[in-house]
Design a protein around this ligand. Structure first.
Ligand SMILES: [Zn+2]
Length: 142
């Protein structure tokens, strides 16, 4: 299996390591959205973060938390954003990105938020009835 993040974890591919634990590794993204942008990956190959064990998930987010603290001290951003997607490289990873009002990253997320709040295509999902149905489907409620 060809996986660049597994290669990085095993030291077969270069990276700029930032932090490490027994179950997770943090390194600089080679295509940073802002300076200091890191990726945090589990050491075991798993495609999506929600397929990790509880212990691995705790380690992943724990390392991301530590990296966020370093980023806050080193770059003084307004905050550090975290998100996971995993389509481009099919090995679970968290994007840990220093965030600043008005920069490219912030503008793109603002655009996504406008889409989320204003898209007619999503109107039906915002109705109280739809929200109640979704909460019930997930085992919750008001
Ligand atoms: Zn992998």
């Amino acid at each position: 299996m060809d996986c660049v993040f597994c290669d990085i974890v095993k030291g077969r591919a270069p990276c700029h390591r930032v932090a490490e634990s027994s179950l997770a590794l943090a390194f600089l993204d080679i295509h940073p959205l802002t300076e200091g942008h890191c990726l945090v990956v589990p050491k075991r190959h798993v495609v999506f973060w929600h397929d990790l064990s509880g212990e691995e998930c705790t380690a992943l987010f724990g390392l991301a938390h530590g990296v966020a603290g370093r980023l806050m001290r080193a770059y003084r951003p307004e905050f550090v954003s975290v998100y996971a997607r995993g389509r481009r490289v099919p090995h679970a990873h968290l994007f840990v990105v220093p965030a600043y009002t008005g920069d490219l990253y912030d503008r793109e997320f603002s655009r996504l938020e406008q889409l989320q709040e204003g898209s007619p295509e999503l109107e039906a999902l915002r109705s109280p009835r739809a929200l109640a149905a979704a909460a019930a489907r997930l085992g919750g409620g008001l």
